[in-house]
Write a protein that binds this ligand. Structure first.
Ligand code: NAD
Length: 501
């Protein structure tokens, strides 16, 4: 197994070039710097990784115009040719997967053991949508006695993709691959806290032969470059992943230009454990779904709802396991939880520890800082919570689990649905009729029964309530990036109504 020292040496080689040049924007196939810069720092030790070109409204305009100019040719390219280019992008992601994962760990604090797979998932996303590209325009034939209706789909135009700081590479590929497969051109504004791998993706796309202007990268702040992108008249749609309140702002910003929006927002996802569940598997899944990826994960199961009859024993097993989770350097293959993304987020998550204590919940374990430097936090488990507490209602977005007990199915459902969010839910029971009954009534876009979150790319991904608008995955992605047109061809048999005779 590659060790920490080897990882650090390799990382140093990969990021050395950014220390000299900074992380530049990439617009119309060319590197573009600006007048101003911001910094990206590693949450491991707060050291400077690189300065980053601070994109302005003028840079967004440049990128949007480039995307607009590149659109007709890219949209007209045969699907099989788009497919070939997207597969080349996937090839290059695979070739550079180690570099991507190392950079992502260093920029975000996510542990190597998960990031190595996340980089490869990026390639898989490109391959999946590459294979669908030739059929993306296909429609339906809907004949009547008098007309033959045929539908077809057409790429909507240049689109904006705005991504968050958690697992940024994988999430960017999840948005950008279907946009390119459908024939759209893209302006990508990655999160200011983790811009490193968005630059690698833009370079890979260029090197794979994506024509200039088809994918443009503009770094910057939400209120600057982000806002300008959502307001730009040449941009027809915004695919956004981030916080619910940012989604609300983007909706307002995009109103004047009637932007189509697709939002993947926050969550406070319940995992419901009934007394008849396979408790060995349920313990594993509960732990995995809140503490992997530092808990900085939209589908994390941050609320445990556990049946009263088994709660004490289940909590004891959880505490034992949480205490054995290794917190450490993200590039150490043994590490399970790395540092949180930055000092501000550390303060937010540890602030919720104080909130939970003040609200009267029981802090079973965790919540203290690990080490002197960096943003390392011991994973947190609260029990004895009730539904009204902030720690049971608000998205913490860290390795922070709040447990509430329930009496019966109705009680569990009331608790599960009693939050503003509705992204994912996880149900653990041996009673399959109950599993289906419960899943059917759960307010969530995605439910897993007796499973952790396992993605099958053709299935729909997305949330209800404050967790989002729209769905990704398979054909659902094309519905967002494309317009559907109906052409009705008269068969010449019907009498046309006459006026003015
Ligand atoms: P955020 O909303 O603060 O930022 C996300 C992106 O939006 C960044 O690129 C930011 O610069 C940009 N932005 C901010 N203000 C903007 C504005 N006014 N106009 C345009 N762009 C603007 O989110 P974050 O803190 O980076 O990410 C964490 C959040 O993302 C969590 O709430 C998490 O649940 C959510 N998330 C959801 C999913 C999902 O699939 N539902 C997936 C991952 C993350």
């Amino acid at each position: 197994m590659t060790d920490l020292a080897t990882h650090l040496t390799k990382l140093g080689t990969h990021i050395a070039r950014f220390r000299d040049t900074g992380i530049l924007n990439l617009i119309n196939g060319k590197d573009v710097s600006g007048d101003d810069w911001f910094e990206t720092r590693s949450p491991v030790d707060d050291s400077l990784i690189a300065r980053v070109a601070l994109g302005t409204a003028a840079d967004i305009d440049h990128a949007a115009r480039a995307a607009e100019a590149a659109f007709p040719a890219w949209a007209a390219l045969e699907g099989s040719k788009r497919k070939a280019i997207l597969h080349r992008i996937a090839d290059l992601i695979e070739e550079r997967a180690e570099e991507i994962a190392l950079c992502e760990c260093w920029d975000t604090g996510q542990a190597w053991r998960f990031m190595a797979k996340a980089a490869l998932r990026g390639a898989e996303n490109f391959r999946f949508f590459a294979d669908l590209a030739p059929g993306a325009r296909d429609g339906q034939s809907l004949p009547t006695a008098t007309h033959w209706n045929v539908t077809s789909r057409h790429p909507i135009g240049p689109v904006g993709v705005i991504t968050p700081w958690n697992t940024p590479f994988m999430l960017s590929t999840w948005k950008i691959a279907p946009a390119l497969a459908s024939g759209c051109t893209v302006v990508h504004k990655p999160a200011e806290l983790s811009p490193l791998t968005a630059r690698l993706l833009a370079e890979i796309c260029r090197d794979a032969g994506l024509p200039p202007g088809v994918l443009n990268l503009v770094n910057g702040m939400g209120e600057g470059a982000g806002r300008a992108l959502t307001e730009h008249p040449a941009i027809k749609a915004i695919a956004f992943v981030g916080e619910s309140r940012t989604g609300s702002m983007i909706m307002k910003q995009g109103a004047d230009t009637l932007k189509r929006v697709h939002f993947e927002l926050g969550g406070k996802n319940p995992v419901i454990v009934f007394e008849d569940a396979d408790l060995d598997r349920a313990v594993d899944a509960v732990i995995f779904m809140i503490y992997s990826l530092n808990g900085e994960r939209c589908t994390s199961s941050s609320r445990l709802l556990v049946q009263k009859s088994i709660a004490e024993a289940f909590h004891a097993r959880l505490v034992d396991r949480v205490n054995r989770i290794s917190v450490g350097h993200p590039l150490d293959p043994a590490t399970e939880i790395g540092p949180l993304i930055d000092a501000g987020h550390f303060a937010k998550v540890s602030g919720y520890v104080q909130t939970g204590l003040a609200e009267g919940a029981v802090l079973e374990t965790g919540g203290d800082r690990v080490g002197q430097a960096g943003q390392f936090l011991r994973p947190v488990l609260f029990t004895g919570a009730n539904a009204g507490m902030k720690i049971a209602q608000e998205e913490v977005f860290g390795p922070f689990l709040t447990s509430i007990t329930f009496d019966d199915e109705d009680d569990a459902l009331r608790l599960a649905n009693g939050v503003a969010y509705g992204l994912a839910g996880y149900v653990w029971t041996a009673d399959l009729a109950r599993a289906l009954r419960f899943s059917n009534r759960l307010e969530a876009g995605m439910v897993w029964v007796n499973s952790e979150n396992v993605r099958h790319l053709p299935t729909p991904f997305g949330g209800t309530k404050a967790s989002g608008i729209g769905r990704d995955g398979g054909d659902w992605s094309f519905d967002f990036y494309m317009e559907t047109k109906n052409v009705a061809l008269a068969l010449g048999t019907h009498a046309i109504q006459r006026l003015g005779v």
